[in-house]
Write a protein that binds this ligand. Structure first.
Ligand SMILES: [Zn+2]
Length: 84
């Protein structure tokens, strides 16, 4: 394999990992804001939980919606304890 092609693939691979980490960090900071009841988009305290999926153990998928600007986002929240 051409060394330059290999180098190119490594750069692409590293770049996608970095953007994925940035994406996750962004999601986490948005969730932190939402859990205070504030919309990350318009900064109004009008965020509401609109949907919640997943019962029992494991992560649950929670959807939040803003009544002011229409912001909507889903988060998978890992529950700390498993009630067995
Ligand atoms: Zn909003």
């Amino acid at each position: 394999m051409d060394i330059y092609l290999l180098l190119f693939l490594i750069i692409i691979f590293a770049g996608s990992i970095i953007s994925y980490i940035y994406y996750l960090n962004d999601k986490t900071s948005q969730l932190n804001i939402i859990q205070k009841g504030i919309c990350p988009s318009c900064k109004e305290p009008t965020i509401e939980m609109s949907d919640q999926r997943g019962a029992g153990c494991g992560p649950k998928l929670v959807t939040f919606e803003c009544n002011s600007c229409g912001y909507e986002n889903s988060f998978s929240i890992n529950k700390g304890s498993c009630g067995v």
